[in-house]
Every structure is written in C-alpha cells, then in structure tokens.
Design a protein around this ligand. Structure first.
Ligand SMILES: Cc1cc2nc3c(=O)[nH]c(=O)nc-3n(C[C@H](O)[C@H](O)[C@H](O)COP(=O)(O)O)c2cc1C
Length: 339
C-alpha cells in the first residue's frame, strides 16, 4: 500500500474498529491530502433487505464519523465534518455513496479525549449472559443528557416484565426475519461459521461472537423450516435465550429520524453513548433488528410507549449490563477500507 499522507494511516487503522450492523464494515475513505479525506458508504456492503436497512446506512456513517473523531482527538487532531447528504439508492451505478468531507486541525488532547479514545478501542458488542445487575442511574445520566441536548430521549427500564417482554420480542425477531427470503439471504451472506473463515474474510458475524458452535449455527440457519417445528424450534429458542440470562435492563433512544442528517446524528449519538458506557465498564448489545423488523418495531414501541409522532422514531434498542469480555469481531485490513 502506498504511504498515506499526514496522520491518516494511524487514524484510519484505529477508526476501522467502528461497529457496523452485521459487521459489514461499509465505510470507505479516500485520503485527498495531509489533512483531508472524503468519506463514502459502500452500497455493496449495505443491508437494504430490512425495512429500515436503508436509513441505517446513514446511522452507520454517523457511528463511523463519531469514532473517527474520538480516535483523532486522542491523537491530537480535531475533525471538521462537512456532510453531503442525499438518500441512498441501493440500485445506483456508482457504488460509493458520498457522505462527507473531513478535515483535520491540530488539537491538544485533554484527559476526556484520552479516555474516550481508549474506550473506543476497547468497545465490543457483548452477547454473553449478563451478571444480573442494572447500571446505576448516575452512569446513565450523561447518556440521557447527551440525548436530550441533541433533541432525543433516552429511556431505560429494569421492570422485570418489560425486560422479559423485550427479550422475547428480540428472540422472535430472529425467527421472523428468517421467514423472509430476502432478509434470510442477507443474514446468510454475513454469517461466518468457522473462526478461520471469520479471520480470513475479516468481516461478518462469526459463530464465536454469536456464542454458538459454528456447526450448530450453520445447521440451524440452513434449515430454517425446522425453526417452526415444535421440538427443534423450542430447542433453538432455548439455546438463544440462554445467552440472555442475567439481563435486567434494556434501554432505547428515540428522536428525530426522518432525513439523512437525522440518521447520521442518531448514529453519532449512539456511538457517543457506547463509548461513555464502555468507560464505565458497562456491556451493551444492540437489538437493531427489533427496530428494522416492522412487526417487532410496532410491538417494542407499544411496550415502552415511545413517541413516534412528527418524524420522531424509536431508533435504537439495547440490553445493558455487566459481563466478561466477549469474543473479538474481526476487521478487514485498512487497505480494503481505502477508496
Ligand atoms: C447500528 C447498529 C445496529 C446493530 N444491531 C445489532 C443487532 O440487531 N443484533 C446484534 O447482535 N448486533 C447488532 N449490532 C452489533 C454489530 O453486529 C457489531 O457491532 C459488529 O458485529 C462488530 O462487532 P463489535 O461491536 O464487537 O466490534 C449492531 C451494531 C450497530 C452499529
């Protein structure tokens, strides 16, 4: 790979650890100078089969931009972001959808920058069973504060019935998604059944991160008709629900979610919260598919009584808690992120 000018190699090599739905890693960057770069979304790595899969492309872009900012600040750079937002067209001939021009300027990192940088690098999705205790109010206050400052609402519940119902909706989402051919095909494309495949390809959802033996995952996903069968269906459900033991708290964000600018802002807010919670040792597991599956979405909104009037939407749901460090989700090499 040719050398990248300025600090870009150091920054992008860490920024590529940003989380993305199905670990599809759709963000691409074209470095245009020592202090400038163009950011794109690779439509071939998007997830348009799901109902809200298209807006989630821009959410992911927001997640990436927030991560880039956290990394850059830790390295002594401030990022100015000039967004160029248009709706994504997944049939477009040009497969790189433009997101933003980013420009760096020197910045002296403070203690907050250094902590955020470290937390960004340590952050992982945690799909393990949790330890049965909720996150104290004081550790959620900053997350709620950031949300309200951006015109969003952060809600959380430890009500056992509500938590159990949401866990149930999340599990049923998986079953429901598999009934839809396009969504099933999309998930299959991103599953990595062996660790070797996960390492070699450097992307996707590995069996290890899903806490499932690869062979069982391959069999279960390849024979989705069996999920409807009484005994096997119940068994698969029980295996999946075992990973949800000890969950006592779920949380969600709602707010403006009608334009690409809203989606990007939501993504930034989400990663900001995830970094903040990581700093406090909190584990998180997004239930994004509950949001993107229309049936589950309606049930979830009803359960928490979220406000979806006037262009607002409940756009993210997570489980929160404490757990051991989860398996690592791999990333593709930096070269593959460059455009
Ligand atoms: C917007 C968004 C939605 C996500 N939705 C889900 C989800 O519904 N279920 C899930 O298990 N993981 C979900 N994830 C987590 C990703 O699968 C995860 O970030 C990715 O596999 C990389 O792993 P890491 O977070 O451990 O680095 C989501 C992540 C993002 C950014």
């Amino acid at each position: 790979m040719g050398e990248l000018p300025g600090p870009w190699r150091a920054l992008l090599d860490e920024a590529r650890l940003y989380p993305s739905p199905h670990n599809s890693q759709p963000m691409r960057v074209r470095v245009t100078g020592e202090r400038s770069a163009e950011v794109f979304y690779d439509l071939d790595r998007g997830l348009p089969a799901e109902n809200f899969g298209i807006p989630f492309g821009h959410v992911c872009a927001g997640v990436f931009l927030e991560g880039l900012q956290a990394v850059a600040a830790g390295h002594g750079w401030a990022v100015t972001t000039d967004l160029h937002l248009t709706e994504m067209d997944f049939d477009a001939e040009d497969r790189l959808h433009r997101i933003a021009t980013v420009t760096l300027s020197a910045h002296t990192p403070g203690p907050i920058d250094l902590c955020r940088h470290e937390a960004f690098l340590a952050r992982r999705t945690n799909r393990r069973p949790y330890e049965g205790r909720a996150v104290p109010e004081v550790d959620l206050a900053a997350v709620a504060g950031e949300a309200s400052a951006a015109g969003h609402t952060f809600g959380a519940t430890t009500d056992p019935d509500q938590v159990a119902s949401i866990i149930r909706v999340n599990q049923e989402t998986l079953f429901d998604d598999l009934r839809h051919d396009a969504v099933h095909a999309e998930i299959m494309e991103w599953l990595r059944f062996s660790e070797r495949e996960a390492v070699n390809r450097g992307d996707g959802l590995s069996a290890a991160t899903m806490l499932m033996p690869g062979r069982i995952l391959r069999f279960a996903m390849g024979h989705r008709g069996l999920w409807e069968a009484p005994v096997i269906g119940a068994l698969i459900r029980a295996v999946y629900l075992r990973t949800m033991r000890g969950v006592t708290q779920v949380a969600w964000w709602s707010g403006p979610f009608a334009t690409p600018a809203d989606y990007v802002a939501a993504g930034r807010l989400f990663l900001k919260a995830w970094i903040h919670l990581t700093e406090r040792g909190v584990s998180l597991h997004p239930f994004g598919t509950v949001i993107t599956n229309p049936r589950s979405h309606a049930r979830f909104v009803d359960l928490v009584d979220a406000d979806e009037s006037d262009g607002r939407m409940a756009w993210m749901l997570v489980r929160l808690g404490y757990a051991k460090v989860p398996p690592l989700a791999h990333r593709r090499p930096l070269e593959e992120m460059l455009a």
